[in-house]
Ligand binder design. Structure first.
Ligand code: KG4
Ligand code: ZN
Length: 335
């Protein structure tokens, strides 16, 4: 079964063709990043206008690249939320128009659930359930128990800033990045630090709490205080900040994996591209002898490949009129 995936939740306009949820056929991605770099942050109105400009070209190029036409497509899957409403509407309306004109089923996909399916694309293993999933993106930090496809149980999430947001805000505070690429910038600086002379000077919020919630806003404030009072080298602050975030993410993930006795651990979301998180999660999962799945780097950031995959494994049958963009849904929202 070939699914055309469409993703327009933020500043990327993406389409992809995926067979049976695992085999990539083609994908095309356009981004309005350069416009937001100029303004130092995403302007939703500009992101939405660029979505309008790119969407049809991106979809037709995806089909052309695969040498396929509408008759080769069995269904369409589209991100309905969460995200920027103006951006989401463009993808959802394009997908609805195509589904109507081509007489194809349209599957609504939750963007955060989509991130999880980056682990299923190209996967030769049969991922065993229950799986513990950590989704870490620019807007969300969620721990979810995945009992099977379409059967997710929310365990906890951030009470304030998401992990990616904390990276972005801290990078801005340190004056090393203005836009949502704060995560990679912090890592770049942290890698230059030869000795973490600030070890444990930043808090590890909620690390010993019994719940599965997170809180990262205090960490950012602690960084500000440290910079204002001691002005340490940026690379050392970046290193200690990255250590603090990863310490908390790993501690909570492993605690949940043990409590629920899961068979696998899955990572997803833009922050899954973080090298320290990837290597330390692998090592910690090895220690508790649990299989861990980490998506390849190119599938960590937003794309339509995992949206098509999520649509295949979660083929929700809905009337077109009932499929709506919704900017504020969470990972456990029933679509
Ligand atoms: O999932 P994503 O592409 O967009 C959302 O759905 O939010 O995630 C973007 C987030 C940004 O906050 C970015 O700073 C973060 O992922 N990120 C990273 C890294 N690469 C991207 N955070 C830490 N380390 C990285 N290497
Ligand atoms: Zn995302």
């Amino acid at each position: 079964m070939v699914i055309l995936g469409i993703e327009t939740s933020c500043d990327e306009t993406a389409a992809a063709l995926v067979r049976d949820g695992v085999e990539e056929i083609s994908d095309v991605l356009a981004t309005s990043r350069e416009f937001h770099e100029k303004t130092g942050g995403i302007v939703p109105e500009i992101a939405a206008r660029k979505q309008v400009e790119y969407i049809l070209q991106v979809i037709s190029q995806t089909l052309e690249k695969a040498n396929m036409a509408k008759d080769d497509v069995d269904a369409i899957a589209v991100t309905v939320g969460p995200g920027l409403i103006g951006s989401l509407l463009i993808g959802v309306d394009a997908a609805k128009a195509l589904a109507f004109a081509w007489h194809k089923p349209l599957y609504p996909v939750n963007h955060l659930v989509g991130h999880i399916y980056a682990n299923f694309v190209g996967q030769e293993d049969q991922i065993e359930f229950p799986a513990l999933v950590l989704v870490v993106s620019g807007g969300h930090t969620d721990l979810v128990l995945m009992h099977g496809h379409g059967n997710l149980e929310y365990l906890g999430g951030t009470l304030d800033d998401a992990a990616g947001e904390a990276f972005d805000k801290t990078a801005r505070l340190l004056g090393i990045s203005q836009y949502k690429l704060g995560g990679p910038k912090i890592s770049e600086y942290a890698a230059k630090c030869t000795e973490n002379t600030l070890l444990h000077r930043l808090p590890r919020p909620k690390i010993n709490d019994d719940d599965f919630d997170f809180s990262f806003s205090g960490l950012k404030t602690a960084v500000r205080r440290l910079v204002e009072t001691e002005n340490p080298p940026v690379e050392v602050v970046a290193c200690e900040f990255e250590n603090a975030v990863v310490d908390v993410l790993i501690a909570k993930t492993i605690k949940a994996a043990q409590k629920f006795n899961v068979k696998s651990i899955l990572l997803g979301g833009g922050v899954a591209a973080n090298t320290q998180l990837r290597t330390r999660l692998q090592a910690s999962a090895d220690e508790i002898e649990t299989k861990v799945y980490i998506p390849p780097l190119r599938l960590c950031g937003d794309n339509a490949i995992y949206i098509a995959s999520a649509g295949f494994f979660n083929p929700l049958k809905r009337e077109l009129v009932d499929i709506q963009a919704d900017s504020s849904i969470s990972i456990d929202t029933k679509l």
